[in-house]
Write a protein that binds this ligand. Structure first.
Ligand SMILES: [Zn+2]
Length: 124
């Protein structure tokens, strides 16, 4: 999970493609991954929960990012499958509070740090 996030930040789209599990229902091409992520400015990853019952694992996380100046959060519960000596991403459930961030910048940050949103994950 963390390595896939890092790969998005570094635009290592081939790596992201390789870390899809064969159990995923619709693995995107490297080009599709690049197209979907090239304009994205990644700001923060928070891993909220991890559960592993090998060969399956589940990670709940929140990612904060911007596209063309607009801030979004993706809150997802991802499924991973251990195969060929690596964890592969097999799918995920996007949770309801995902989407454009509408919380006030002066209010508490989404990550639970206790800081203001504008002084934490949405620092500009
Ligand atoms: Zn924060």
């Amino acid at each position: 999970m963390r390595s896939r996030y890092s790969a998005y930040v570094l635009h290592e789209f081939k790596y992201i493609h390789r870390t899809y599990s064969r159990t995923h229902s619709a693995i995107p091409s490297v080009e599709d991954i690049a197209d979907s992520a090239n304009d994205t400015q990644w700001l923060k990853l928070n891993v909220l929960d991890t559960q592993i019952m090998s060969p399956q694992g589940q990670v709940e996380f929140r990612v904060i990012y911007k596209v063309q100046g607009v801030a979004y959060q993706l809150h997802e519960r991802s499924d991973f499958f251990f195969e060929e000596n690596q964890w592969g991403y097999s799918g995920g459930e996007i949770l309801a509070d995902s989407g454009e961030i509408t919380q006030p910048l002066n209010g508490p940050c989404l990550c639970g740090s206790g800081k203001k949103l504008k002084r934490c994950c949405l620092r500009t």
